[in-house]
Write a protein that binds this ligand. Structure first.
Ligand code: PMV
Length: 337
């Protein structure tokens, strides 16, 4: 695709308040943490969504609470980027994504809100939406890569700095450049389980970053990159056993940099007999795991996790990224729109 527009997805159309938007969450298959240093990552948008409806108001409100801007850094950053002189908004947020679980709840909030604000301001090219969503998340979080925000804006299965697939856009900051490519989805079912152990991305990324800077760090980074490249080759070859094997190697690397957790290890042990591979997904130190079930054993994998008392879902790659709800978008019009 010479201009990259159609594989990047349609632009955000112009719209008026009241307006709704939704964004999928995401799941990282290979390369979390190393991607922060510009190494390859493979991830996909999942069919669990965050939805936001925005209405004009007398003062900003978030799910009925007054003064949300001071308490919500992602909201504050989004307004600063896309709504500098904007009027107050009454925002209603509903989400099927567990918070702080490594499944992209922050990225989905940022992407859905940015979609609304950009639409009201006259629409936006999707690559620009991905860049602004990254600036907002990075500004609120202080660390990280554009992987999460890019995945939820683009939808589908994506490689970041992984060299394969169709280029859709690039995102750069002062230190790194991340080239994003769309990959063919083999159509498999994945199983996600969420430990309920709370964690924050910032401290986990900082801790792993110290190890990447320590003696032996470059070798560690190269090991992460090699697993991501091998995992991607197996994925493109639709080789489930190969993908699962690389997921297990990736988990060993994540364990070695200290971001696994006894609860995640218990979940991994429980689900493994029904799966080709399984690993933590996201920053770790709590949060979630992703598993690739053996054919026909998807529900067994879910049951093996729910028996531990954790919520689990069978998910698929969702093709669509963040979008407005209503005319041209993925859902019914917002009442009054
Ligand atoms: O915030 P999480 O758990 O979705 O982690 C994102 C993955 C990291 O590579 C650890 C950070 C990043 O921004 O890429």
């Amino acid at each position: 695709m010479s201009d990259g527009i159609s594989s990047a997805g349609p632009p955000i159309p112009p719209g008026r308040l009241p307006l709704g938007a939704r964004s999928p969450g995401k799941c990282i298959l290979f390369g979390e943490h190393a991607v922060v240093r510009g190494e390859p990552e493979v991830l996909f948008a999942i069919d669990l969504y965050t939805q936001i409806v925005a209405r004009p108001a007398e003062a900003h409100r978030l799910n009925g609470s007054p003064d949300p801007v001071a308490r919500h850094p992602y909201l504050a950053r989004a307004l600063a980027e896309l709504w500098p002189d904007g009027s107050p908004l009454d925002l209603t947020v509903t989400s099927r994504l567990p918070k702080s679980a490594g499944l992209g709840s922050s990225a989905a909030f940022v992407a859905a809100l940015s979609t609304i604000l950009a639409s009201v301001r006259g629409g936006l090219d999707r690559a620009e939406l991905a860049r602004v969503a990254y600036r907002i998340e990075q500004g609120a979080q202080g660390v990280g890569s554009p992987g999460d925000t890019t995945a939820v804006v683009a939808g589908g299965l994506l490689g970041v700095n992984a060299g394969k697939g169709e280029p859709i856009w690039a995102v750069a900051d002062d230190g790194h450049r991340w080239e994003v490519r769309r990959l063919p989805d083999p159509g498999w079912t994945w199983v996600i389980g969420s430990s309920g152990v709370p964690r924050a991305t910032g401290p986990a990324v900082a801790g792993v970053g110290r190890l990447f800077d320590a003696p032996g760090g470059p070798g560690r980074l190269e090991a992460f990159a090699e697993v991501a490249r091998s995992g991607l080759d197996a994925l493109l070859g639709e080789d489930r056993e190969g993908v699962g094997g690389q997921m297990r190697r990736n988990q060993a690397l994540l364990r070695a940099v200290g971001v696994s957790h006894p609860r995640l290890e218990a979940m991994i042990d429980a689900v493994a007999p029904a799966c080709w591979g399984e690993k933590l997904t996201g920053a770790g130190a709590g949060g979630s795991i992703v598993a690739l079930p053996r054919a026909g054993r998807e529900m067994e994998a879910v049951r093996r996790l729910t028996r531990l008392g954790v919520p689990a879902w069978a998910v698929r790659v969702t093709a669509g990224g963040a979008d407005t709800l209503g005319a041209g978008g993925p859902g019914p019009p917002v009442s009054g729109a």
